[in-house]
Design a protein around this ligand. Structure first.
Ligand SMILES: Cc1ncc(COP(=O)(O)O)c(C=O)c1O
Length: 344
């Protein structure tokens, strides 16, 4: 892994905190798919202070609520979260003097909910409803809390234009700056679709030719997907979010949980990067596409969050064998081959 392209020099601007988020470094991944012929780069957003890309989203969502007058000094912020936005909002709310109530479901990592509590947040966990749609249950609980908690407002990450604005104005411009130009292919994972929509808006605004790939989970309802059981948090959604109505990535790549796990394990063993399930999904999506990408193409991806919170799941062999259909094959990390093409 080379940090900062071929120079191995850290971009010093990454040391400056920009009102809630860090300008994270970009690293060149030479060992992940060594025979691929493409130049693969990863933006290391797991280095954000709350451990994920959602640090950016939280900042833009709170700034917007403060500006439009909905959030008063000492007020309460309520949001549905699978974990990462909750940690980021908990951190930034405590800095700004707000109370934060995080509505989570049972799939949220325990480390994430403990982190929110450490930042002073209240964690409200919904039961999984009979139809299994946890996201819907969380959103309904947010509405109940807003009706009952005086002075409470929601950041509404599923429909708030400030969510994609965070990525249009920071994530992609920083990446392009570090690469010295737009990548030929950009892979990001999707949940609210804020990241992919923000990248799309920045690409359209600048007139770049970048092919944008949105990576989703099998079992997610985004972009006409068939709803199904999912065990890993971070990517996918139980309904088509409002933001997703405006998002039109060039391709949607759906990844099974077994392949996400294999992607995470490859990244750990070949590049020494410990990342979460959605980043593993991106690795799998890139691995599948490699045979069709031209030699010398620049491929960029986001590392959305770190892998520590996934040690009891993604990185635990027993959990994978017990919980993930086809999980056994995700445990075999071969030396240098591209397993996503071999399996196809
Ligand atoms: C772990 C993880 N995966 C995927 C995403 C992309 O999510 P969204 O579509 O909500 O921007 C994020 C966003 O921060 C994330 O933290």
């Amino acid at each position: 892994m080379k940090i900062g392209g071929t120079t191995e020099a850290l971009n010093m601007r990454s040391a400056i905190v920009h009102g809630g988020h860090l300008v994270t470094p970009v690293s060149q991944l030479d060992r992940l798919f060594p025979e691929s012929g493409v130049r693969l780069h990863a933006k290391l957003d797991q280095l954000q202070l709350s451990g994920s890309t959602k640090e950016r989203t939280a900042r833009f969502l709170l700034d917007e609520l403060e500006c439009n007058g909905g959030l008063m000094p000492g007020g309460t912020v309520v949001e549905s979260t699978s974990g990462n936005l909750g940690m980021a909002l908990a951190r930034q709310c405590t800095q700004r003097g707000y109370t934060f109530i995080a509505v989570v479901d049972e799939r949220a990592n325990r480390a994430a909910t403990q982190t929110m509590v450490a930042f002073g947040a209240r964690v409200d966990q919904v039961e999984t409803p009979a139809d299994g749609n946890r996201l819907r249950a969380r959103v309904e609980r947010v509405a109940q809390l807003l009706a009952h908690v005086p002075g409470s407002v929601t950041t509404n990450q599923y429909g708030n234009a400030a969510n994609p604005a965070a990525h249009a104005n920071t994530t992609l411009p920083e990446l392009v700056d570090a690469l010295g130009g737009p990548p030929d292919h950009l892979y990001v994972a999707m949940s609210t679709t804020g990241t992919v929509l923000g990248c799309q808006l920045a690409i359209e605004r600048a007139g770049w030719k970048t092919r944008l790939v949105g990576v989703d989970a099998e079992g997610s309802a985004l972009f006409g997907g068939a709803l199904g059981e999912r065990k890993l948090p971070g990517l996918g959604a139980g309904f088509a979010t409002d933001l997703s109505q405006q998002a039109h990535p060039d391709a949607v790549s759906r990844v099974s949980e077994a392949d996400m796990i294999l992607g995470c394990r490859l990244l750990a063993r070949r590049e020494g990067l410990l990342a979460g399930a959605s980043t593993g999904a991106i690795v799998a999506a890139i691995g599948r596409d490699l045979p069709s990408l031209s030699r010398g193409a620049t491929v960029a991806m986001l590392v959305h969050d770190g892998g520590s919170a996934y040690l009891p799941t993604v990185f635990d062999d027993e959990w994978v064998r017990a919980e993930i259909p086809g999980g056994e094959r995700a445990l075999a990390v071969s030396s240098s081959a591209n397993p996503f093409v071999e399996m196809a």
